[in-house]
Design a protein around this ligand. Sequence first.
Ligand SMILES: NC(=O)c1ccc[n+]([C@@H]2O[C@H](COP(=O)([O-])OP(=O)(O)OC[C@H]3O[C@@H](n4cnc5c(N)ncnc54)[C@H](OP(=O)(O)O)[C@@H]3O)[C@@H](O)[C@H]2O)c1
Length: 286
Amino acid sequence: MTAPLLHGRVCLVTGATRGIGHETALGLAQQGARVVLVARDARRGQRVVEEIAMRSGNAAIELFVADLASQQSIRALAADFKRRHARLHVLVNNAGALFPRRSLTVDGIERTLALNHLGYFLLTELLVDLLRASAPARIVNVASHSHTHGLVDFEDLQSQRRYGGLTAYRASKLENLMFTYELARRLAGSGVTVNAMHPGTVATSFGLDEPGWFKLVKTLIRPLLRTPEKGAETAIWLATAPELAAVSGCYFVDGEERRSSRRSYDREAQARLWTMSEHLTRRTAH
Ligand SMILES: NC(=O)c1ccc[n+]([C@@H]2O[C@H](COP(=O)([O-])OP(=O)(O)OC[C@H]3O[C@@H](n4cnc5c(N)ncnc54)[C@H](OP(=O)(O)O)[C@@H]3O)[C@@H](O)[C@H]2O)c1
């Protein structure tokens, strides 16, 4: 009998209560990993822990509760994780949302930027020493094809002058790619890889929490969309495939490496975004 592929590996998945994150966590659990789910609602999270443990036959499923739109909560999550785990082999940054109306987080930061980009940035920064110590290790950033229409306005990073939900979302997904490429360079030679992916257009609850035209369109086209299980395939593959052990700083769609938008490769912009992200998460440059 062969041992499960990921036996002894610790994987952390954000946004694991539903959609792509849920299926990614399930897929990793089915391969024998110890899977840590991050959820913002303890009861919903606990239900998912039990469901994934039952469906995968893997009892090593754990829950951490955190609101990834709150920096204090992200810091508490990272500290708590380090208290309970000496190793982290896979970090899947997945939790994200589209907000039709502009709002601010507890940190006073525009919510799309805070959750979709700074959530990835800060959690990764706080866990990167553990990932390095656990190498070989992998980071998977769930981005989106919609980054191709994205524009990062450094003069108005928080959309104070003008806000559109889709515009802010596309910018945040471009930021996921810029962050991935800059981080890959910083991690070169460390044994920690970082890649980004697009899951396809998936029939999840994404965009359905809030009223608006996006919800209407998504509800109408729902039968045409791919399943969350299919949407999670590339993330699971990036987290596990032996042939990707040394591949870093790349963008994948449907299990294939693709070029992302021209803007995403602008190194000066990547460095600028990094510095601004450090500033917004109150970290000093290193
Ligand atoms: N669906 C698509 O077609 C599509 C296409 C391209 C890219 N993506 C990307 O895929 C990722 C996952 O999307 P999805 O479609 O699976 O969405 P989803 O079904 O709405 O799931 C989003 C997940 O993120 C969690 N989350 C949201 N806000 C959070 C917060 N403040 N703190 C902690 N967790 C939070 C949600 O938790 P709750 O259960 O508590 O709400 C949920 O588990 C996103 O990054 C999205 O940009 C999706």
